[in-house]
Design a protein around this ligand. Structure first.
Ligand code: HAM
Length: 401
């Protein structure tokens, strides 16, 4: 999270958190009622006044809704971390609640912004240590070139209706792009020989896509063209992209994806305003990191564990002093015996134990005991405990080198 925030904030994106619950119309109008996410997977329920609400299935439509409500100046660049809900069949990498980090940029129609957005996703994946990723890109045109292509597709699909999967056979003409997206073998086979949208782009969309590709080339970002990459949300126009991990199960290997959505602001009642962004699935990124052994650092170990057999006040004060000085410190609770506390200190993984018994308390001392490196237990004045711990840690680091 900190890694993502640092990366996108350096590129001018500010944090925007939207509510988990939105008016369901935001998603129906924004994503499309015919889409799988809204039609089959969205959790919808009636509010007390009968208004239909939805648990957020994704982060883009709410950001656009918030933009329209508050009208910040354009360009508007936002990032988010969003628990998202979809009624899917749960399995590894596919959950009914998942979390996305994402960015959305509203205002410019410039293809260089598409490149910036894709590059930021690529940089994030590189920063968390993922190497086995493929970036696929496509252009699905806009309202000028797509209708003619859809007609072409409908004509082809009507002729080949019998070859489609059971779900798409009866409704191939409702949204023919869904055939390209379908994971079933029958539809995949048909779509291999369907015309490619990139070959039918209009004179605005074609140079836009060429500029995105030039930009990726200039930044040294490898990609493959995938003419079937239409993505499951109906708001996309022009550029679409997805990152897939070769390290995790192919059915759920999409670790992040996004694209341009120049009609979404208008679909939610605003003036025509271009937009582009991506969403990255945190759980899938973690699965891919595990599979690639990408985690470089273990959690920070404790520097000191305070063992207080003299009433607990020392533990309260010493942990506060140590933490205030930037050291990692913990303690036992519930007035446990000295023996139990020493055992807890050992289990905690702390480098040192700081032991206070009644005698030490009376003398203003603390016993400092190295737990992981050789060295004798010795008393230090309670007022000098921070310096003593730092000194012992430095000595211990020297010993273990
Ligand atoms: P999406 O591809 O539907 O796009 O979701 C983004 C990412 O969320 C996926 O690539 C995947 O990693 C993760 N994801 C989706 N569903 C699940 C699930 N059920 N379980 C685990 N992970 C999941 C969007 O949602 C768009 N809003 C992205 C976008 C932003 N487009 C433009 N701006």
């Amino acid at each position: 999270m900190a890694c993502f925030a640092g990366l996108v904030e350096r590129a001018g994106y500010g944090l925007l958190q939207t509510p988990i619950i939105e008016d369901a119309a935001v998603f129906r109008r924004g994503i499309g009622a015919e889409s799988e996410v809204v039609g089959k997977e969205m959790y919808e329920f009636a509010d007390r006044d009968g208004t239909m609400l939805a648990l957020r299935p994704e982060g883009t439509a709410p950001v656009v809704r918030a933009y329209l409500q508050h009208r910040p100046a354009l360009p508007f660049k936002a990032w988010y971390v969003a628990p998202s809900f979809r009624h899917e069949r749960p399995q590894a990498g596919r959950y009914r609640q998942h979390h996305q980090v994402g960015i959305e940029a509203l205002g410019p129609a410039d293809a260089d912004l598409d490149t910036e957005v894709i590059a930021l996703a690529a940089e994030f994946f590189a920063a968390v240590g993922l190497r086995r990723l493929t970036l696929s890109i496509n252009s699905i045109g806009d309202e000028r070139c797509r209708p003619a292509y859809l007609e072409l597709l409908r004509a082809e699909l009507t002729a080949r209706r019998d070859e489609l999967c059971d779900e798409h056979r009866p409704r191939a003409d409702v949204n023919p792009l869904r055939i390209l997206d379908c994971k079933r073998a029958e539809c995949q086979q048909v779509s291999e020989s369907l015309p490619h949208l990139v070959d039918h782009l209009c004179r605005d969309c074609a140079p836009h896509f060429a500029r995105v590709r030039d930009g990726l080339f200039a930044l040294g970002i490898d990609y493959v063209l995938n003419h079937r990459l239409v993505r499951g949300l109906d708001y996309y126009t022009r550029t679409t992209f997805e990152f897939a991990s070769a390290a995790i199960d192919a059915a759920q290997n999409g670790v992040g994806g996004g694209g341009r959505y120049d009609g979404l602001v208008a679909a939610l009642g605003g003036p025509p305003t271009p937009g582009v962004g991506f969403g990255i699935g945190i759980e899938r990124v973690l699965l891919a990191c595990d599979a690639e052994g990408a985690f470089k650092v273990a959690a920070r170990p404790l520097d000191a564990f305070v063992v207080d057999a003299a009433g607990g006040e020392s533990a309260r004060r010493l942990t506060a002093v140590l933490r205030g000085a930037g050291l990692a410190a913990d303690r036992a609770f519930d007035g446990r015996s000295m023996k139990a506390q020493l055992k807890a200190a050992d289990h905690s993984g702390a480098a040192l134990a700081l032991i206070v018994g009644p005698e030490e308390l009376a003398a203003g001392l603390v016993q400092l005991k190295p737990l992981r490196t050789p060295g004798d237990q010795h008393p230090v004045p309670v007022d000098e405990v921070v310096a003593a711990v730092r000194g012992a840690l430095a000595e211990g680091a020297g010993e273990s080198r």
